[in-house]
Design a protein around this ligand. Structure first.
Ligand code: FHN
Length: 422
């Protein structure tokens, strides 16, 4: 069971209404184009990694295009990695010159992102890495790029995590006072094991981060902001990763808000040769599966070093947009069906008030079969074209047969039961 959120935590309605967000992993690692952990995997020194700063100039960066595409795909919030583990800052921080200001591009990348996504009506959030493989006070540990340096002990002499903590808090304060209202802060990462329970990561946890004080600062600067659960203290929601829950997330037996984040293709940062593309069908089903269990999906794109979404990523989002054009109301503002209503294993239920949506996943499964509704359904239709579906009400189930849905852009045949009388 996830333990990352307070059982009494509440998140603002925008979060649970949104259900679907865009995650953007972007930084100088896009130039390496082979994973955002490239500095770590190839054990580069900061001097070796410096070449990526010297040549980082995203001349085609147009966040308005990113925002338009995200909105069309049904995304209602967006989270940008303003600093990943490599320590590179996408904004001109007063606390370091290890930022976009020291690249040929030179200009702030965060402000235009915030403006563009706000203009499209999306909530804006920041991802901020607690790990920092560039900062001279961040202690070299067993996952640091310099972990195998000739003499790690000598490397760590004089490093002071208290000074790093001051830097960390100072940067978060900068980010939360420079760009207006920020709706979400995704700290990353510190979970102790594959169960994604927030905890200590490589000996670094809430003491090293100063988590309680940091959270107090965040809430003082941005009242109502959503904070995730990766600070080694409970946050406002549980954030499993690359994980499809079988059951709704609960803490002490009570459902808690949660959000799963997923890559499009197995890599968070731009990866030129990454071929493990997830199909639009699979991603739509991941989204619907999560919403049917009371969760959100934060779907990631890693833009390239010129500032563009790769053509394959753009195509995937555009195909999801085609599906969303017909099915948005079965996702936005919905959540798990009320207790007692159930359907077959190859289908998922989402509900908003008196509207129940039955999403059929398996093909050619076209039978709507829902229990717990006898006597409460007045009408049934296919959502894509609002064509009536005849149904029978042999208690305890409602059965109907949907026509072939060939030609729909993505992976579900969805029925809408518009009147579910209490
Ligand atoms: O190490 C990071 C990884 O690069 C990526 O940012 C993900 C996104 O949730 N978080 C960490 C791995 O869990």
């Amino acid at each position: 069971m996830a333990s990352g959120a307070n059982a009494d935590a509440t998140v603002p309605a925008w979060f649970t209404d949104a259900r679907f967000g865009l995650f953007v992993h972007w930084g100088v690692y896009a130039s390496a184009a082979r994973h955002e952990w490239v500095k770590n995997y190839e054990e580069m020194t900061s001097e070796q990694y410096e070449r990526y700063l010297r040549h980082f100039d995203p001349d085609l960066y147009d966040p308005r295009e990113w925002a338009r595409r995200a909105r069309a795909a049904g995304m209602r919030y967006a989270v940008l990695t303003v600093k990943h583990h490599d320590g590179f800052c996408l904004w001109d921080s007063a606390l370091t010159d290890y930022s976009v200001a020291s690249t040929p591009h030179g200009r702030d990348l965060v402000g235009p992102f915030v403006e563009a996504f706000r203009a499209e009506g999306l909530e804006v959030g920041f991802y901020y890495s607690l790990l920092d493989w560039h900062h001279e006070d961040f202690v070299v540990d067993s996952v640091h790029p310099q972990r195998n340096a000739p003499d790690v002990a000598a490397l760590n002499e004089g490093r002071d995590m208290a000074r790093y903590r001051e830097y960390l808090h100072g940067q978060v304060r900068e980010l939360l006072t420079r760009y207006g209202r920020i709706s979400y802060l995704f700290f990353d990462f510190s979970y102790a094991d594959d169960d994604h329970k927030p905890g200590v990561w490589n000996g670094k946890g809430k003491e090293e981060w100063g988590s309680e004080e940091l959270l107090a600062t965040v809430r003082e600067l941005q009242p109502g902001i959503v904070v995730n659960d990766r600070l080694d203290v409970p946050g406002d929601l549980v954030t499993p990763e690359q994980y499809q829950p079988v059951e709704p997330m609960t803490v002490q037996g009570r459902p808690v808000p949660w959000e799963a984040c997923q890559t499009l293709n197995g890599s968070w940062g731009y990866h030129r040769d990454e071929l493990r593309e997830k199909s639009p069908d699979l991603l739509v089903r991941m989204l619907v599966d999560g919403v049917s269990k009371g969760g959100n999906l934060l779907l990631n794109v890693g833009p390239d070093a010129r500032g563009r979404f790769a053509p394959s990523a753009a195509r995937t989002l555009d195909t999801i947009a085609d599906w969303m054009e017909l099915h948005a109301r079965a996702v936005h503002g919905t959540g798990a069906a009320e207790p007692g209503i159930a359907t077959t294993a190859d289908a998922r239920l989402t509900q908003r008030g008196d509207r129940l949506y039955v999403h059929l996943f398996a093909w050619p499964l076209r039978h709507l079969h829902v229990t717990g509704l006898a006597g409460r359904v007045e009408y049934a239709q296919l959502l894509n074209d609002a064509s009536e579906v005849q149904f029978t009400e042999a208690d305890p189930s409602v059965r109907a047969y949907g026509t072939g849905m060939g030609g729909l852009p993505a992976g579900t045949t969805t029925f809408e039961l518009p009147v579910v009388r209490p």
